[in-house]
Design a protein around this ligand. Structure first.
Ligand code: NAD
Ligand code: ZN
Length: 232
């Protein structure tokens, strides 16, 4: 018997209980800045210092966080489930990896990465990046955080779409369904007949498109869902 293949999409909500604020949290890092200023290529061109400082602060904050029971459950699913599991995250923290997940697709980039705006070279980011930092490959002063900003194309879309096109189960965890293309994955999955499930604290924008919802905190809903899959 073949085992259903699973695609999981995670968002800021899965890291909320690890102390990393979601984008809507009042008083969080995002609340103090406008998206246009810190999360677009135009914002970086206007004020690179503000953007580099913002991601330095997020990197420092993420470095103090530890995975919660939801991250741990997804790592256990990957380790114990006999079928295919692809974990796609919109998060730029490294909590899935810290929990033990090995195959994690960071569609919006990662805080621990640096990218050269001139030659696309990538390397591990230092804890503190600075404006005008040189690229170790081409030598230009064009280093930037390896984060996919609004207006840029998310990473690994071919692999994600190809895997979604043969998914039997699609789960979205801790994501508000506001940002495309990730918010459209549920439609792709339903289109190929996958069973779809949302695990979110509040109903997302796209909740009506899911077959099943498991409302609640990710640290409670995700371990239960993983148990149900491993018991099959
Ligand atoms: P989000 O902050 O938009 O949504 C988080 C979701 O998690 C919410 O629907 C909330 O109900 C849920 N949630 C909160 N705590 C939870 C918990 N303990 N357990 C389960 N669910 C919980 O985050 P997102 O959907 O990941 O955003 C997608 C992408 O959009 C991000 O990667 C980011 O790049 C971008 N984004 C940026 C901004 C911004 O710049 N201000 C705003 C929105 C989205
Ligand atoms: Zn370069």
């Amino acid at each position: 018997m073949t085992h259903p293949s699973i695609v999981i999409l995670t968002g800021a909500g899965i890291s909320a209980e690890s102390g990393l604020g979601t984008f809507r949290d009042e008083g969080g890092l995002w609340a103090q800045h406008r998206i246009e200023d810190v999360a677009t290529p135009e914002g970086f061109a206007r004020n690179p210092q503000l953007v580099v400082d913002f991601y330095n602060a997020r990197r420092a904050h993420a470095a103090t966080a530890t995975p919660n029971a939801a991250h741990a459950a997804l790592a256990r699913l990957e380790a114990e489930y006999p079928g295919d599991v692809l974990l796609v995250t919109q998060n730029v923290d490294g909590l899935h990896e810290m929990a033990g997940s090995q195959r994690v697709v960071h569609m919006h980039g990662a805080l621990n990465g640096a990218l050269c705006a001139a030659c696309d070279h990538r390397w591990p980011a230092p804890l503190e990046m600075y404006v005008g930092q040189a690229c170790p490959s081409c030598g230009q002063p064009t280093a930037r955080p390896d984060i996919v900003w609004f207006g840029e194309i998310p990473y690994h879309m071919d692999e994600i779409q190809e895997t979604l096109s043969r998914a039997d189960i699609f789960a979205a965890i801790g994501t508000s369904g506001n940002v495309y293309p990730a918010a459209g994955f549920v439609q792709l999955a339903s289109h190929v007949g996958a069973k779809t499930v949302e695990m979110n604290l509040d109903p997302s924008e796209t909740v009506a498109l899911f077959e099943e919802t498991r409302p609640g905190k990710a640290s409670e809903t995700v371990p239960l869902w993983v148990d149900s899959l491993l018991r099959r």
